[in-house]
Design a protein around this ligand. Structure first.
Ligand code: MLT
Length: 306
């Protein structure tokens, strides 16, 4: 029996890989002419597609690292795993809001530096800790407004969870029909324009895919609509935000903080940016869920044509 060869372009959770029937599949990173590619964040745009490729599967929700139009024209399906890592991203968004509200990232850096860089200890350390903490005073969440842009599987979870922190939550989705509307808490207020959301939200969190309509959607004009002292959280994709506009708003003090999971050089060194290394889906649970969902779709397609 001929085996299907699957090339993995990233480390994929073994919990997923072990579901592949080894009598039917060869799986590895160095396969020459794979019938399928299984990947996470590797960039498939810059890779020559192997001949006789049947399918591509991504253990993740976004597909912007895959030439989907080119593959569609060749009749090659692309599978992804929407929802499989939504809880992991939701938890990181909530953590990001709290980091920003209480200046935790910079405060921890301050104490680390007192000891590691300045060698302080004992009474001297205690005095400097007390003297320095004033600049890290934060704000509390109840009564503030969070705007959630994109009400897919992640946005809905974020919107619902934010309500348990007594935030007022606004939701906006560019799609006319929201797929997950039935899951959305009725007390999330849906607004009909992104401008309204920006003008009313103290914090804005982004949960849209990177497509032509969303590229650069957080621009200078929309940031200017936000009340002063706002926070932007980007766990969607770097390209959704005009980073130059965000950095200018941070410099002017109009924005208080930018929490960004897709750091650039300019962003990573900015004192008001919390730059994370694309950690949204990086939990053991999410990696297992994504791998299982991707592998099951791929296997079903290759073996049964579904
Ligand atoms: C996603 O699109 O779901 C994430 O980028 C997944 C990942 O971090 O690999």
């Amino acid at each position: 029996m001929t085996k299907f060869a699957i090339k993995t372009m990233n480390a994929i959770s073994p919990v997923g890989l072990q579901r592949l029937d080894r009598d039917r599949f060869d799986v590895g990173t160095d396969i020459e002419s794979p019938r399928a590619i299984l990947l996470r964040s590797a960039d498939l745009h810059s890779v020559e597609l192997p001949p006789q490729l049947y399918a591509v599967a991504r253990a993740g929700a976004g597909t912007n690292n895959i030439p989907v139009d080119k593959l569609a024209a060749l009749g090659i399906p692309v599978f992804n795993t929407p929802g499989a890592n939504a809880n992991a991203v939701k938890e990181l968004v909530i953590a990001g809001m709290l980091l920003a509200a209480r200046n935790l990232y910079h405060a921890a850096d301050y104490t680390r530096s007192l000891v590691a860089d300045q060698g302080l200890s004992g009474k001297e350390l205690e005095l400097r800790v007390e003297a320095g903490k004033k600049k890290f005073a934060g704000f509390e969440l109840p009564g503030r407004t969070l705007g959630v842009v994109g009400l897919g599987s992640i946005g809905v979870l974020v919107a619902n969870a934010a309500q348990s922190l007594a935030l007022k939550v606004l939701g906006y989705d560019p799609a006319v029909t929201i797929k997950n509307a039935w899951q959305l808490s009725p007390s999330v207020e849906q607004v009909t324009s992104v401008e309204e959301l920006f003008s009313r939200a103290d914090m804005v969190t982004l949960h849209v895919p990177l497509v032509e309509g969303t590229r650069g959607m957080v621009d200078a004009a929309r940031i200017a609509l936000m009340p002063s002292g706002g926070v932007v959280l980007n766990f969607a994709r770097g390209g959704v935000v005009d980073e130059g506009a965000v950095l200018a708003a941070l410099d002017s003090g109009h924005l208080r903080c930018y929490v960004n999971d897709f750091p650039t050089v300019a962003g990573a060194v900015h004192p008001r940016v919390i730059a994370l290394p694309h950690l949204g889906a990086s939990t053991g649970e999410a990696e297992d869920n994504c791998a299982v969902m991707a592998v099951d779709q791929l296997s079903d397609y290759l073996l049964n044509g579904n």
